[in-house]
Design a protein around this ligand. Sequence first.
Ligand code: SF4
Length: 528
Amino acid sequence: MQTLREKLRDETRFLIATELVSVRGSMAESSAIKARSFANELVACPQIDWVSITDNAGGNPQLAPLALGRPILYAGKEVVIHLTCKDLNRNALESEAWMLNSEGFNNILAMTGDYPVAGNEGIAKPVFDIDSIGLISLLHKMNQGLGAGQAQGDDYRLEKTQFCIGAVTTNFKLREGEVMPQYLKLEKKVQCGAQFIINQIGFDSRKISELRFYMDTHGMQHTPLIGNVYLLGPRVAKLFHEGRIPGVVISDALWELCQKQSRSPDGGKAFFLELTAKQIAICRGLGFRGAYLGGVHSFPAIERILEIERTFSPGDWKQFAREIRFSRPGEFFFYAEDPATGLADRTRENPRPQSHSKHITAVYELSKWSHRTMFEPDAAFAKWGAKACARAKDPMQGPRPLRVLEKLSKEVLFNCKDCGDCSLPDIAYLCPESQCAKNQRNGPCGGTREGRCEVDGFGDCIWLRAYERLKHEGRELALLDHAPVVQNQGLRGTSAWANNWLGRDHSARRASAASPEKIPVEAGALKS
Ligand code: SF4
């Protein structure tokens, strides 16, 4: 049996994947029995290359994907297990990855995950200890032989895993400050070890073509891109249109079309099946490496979609691409439109006008000045701070007056939560702990809607605001130059200033990785 990795390497193949949404309850539950019988049909279908199984989709508690995945894998079909950071910390994710590896599951789709929305006796506490970039980096390290740490000797490397690591991206966003950070984060995901990419659900061929072209022209031309193709129906279209599923958008025009079709004698069934088949044809025509079928819960529907797609002629996709262009008014596109095709013109980038951002504030200017003065490695204040903290009674807290000043000033200016591993300079002086629902330190998650956080009460996404601040200075494309950041939770409640000066935080670890001769001062202090 060809592995997914081998299939992805074969550029002559167009792969078909199906998403199996897990259910709540045990394998004996009637919904699980239904899912298993659907899975059995998928296993027997040679046109299906792999089955992807969700992990607590939509932030709801569900049966672990491994339970549904085992019979599929053992029956000889490739399985992709979704692994998200919302319910598990880095240790639990690593532990899960070891289990997957031990059971023969070698394909993982690594994501940040949806914000929890349900749970027994109330909503679950979200974890978000690391994000998708942190998870991809961890899995990549496991593939290279993860260091075992002091217990087995610092040089000892654990057995290498063979994970084929997938990641998700989305460019179906409205504002420039949403779209561009998504592209920059996609580049980081690939640099950190993502081996294939699946895009988010979306219904705009121009954006779909733009993603392919962006990858082709930004060093990701060899990374397999799989198109997300979703079978709509009136009920799910309404959910998407109302913004009830974070990151998935249906424009007013498409919603009107869905409503019109749903009034036809078959309730729009034939229309929605054909729409899905057309989307597959578009992905094939645009050079995607496969299609990822979601929203399909019965095997006859899959058979019908694939059957319809087979009836199309090779060039038909161009007409379909013209039909399926449901962007929103004022939506940002990286590339100009090619009038001949209605798709992105990879030779012409759209201008990105100078920002006159409301996000530039006196606090931002003051923060930049303070950082230069206090934390640049050669700044006199940084040298003095390092000495003062090293000599303090508790070097983790530093001298008491400095600590009081740090706490007061950062609480007032940034609503600091005293995490001790400060990311302010990485996010244009916006605090991810207090202003990002998912504590994202390596770029935005995919959940924003028109620039706003998917979680009520958080307002504009900090990454959009950070992008605007940098854009004002012409540095917006450097937004994620700092990634990957993996926060050290062991520093919580300690002085972030002292941690920076004494080389204990992530920026010092990054600097020491760049220049290996520099040994972080006091690096061992955390272990006591
Ligand atoms: S130390 Fe942590 S909590 Fe405080 S401002 Fe920096 S990132 Fe936010």
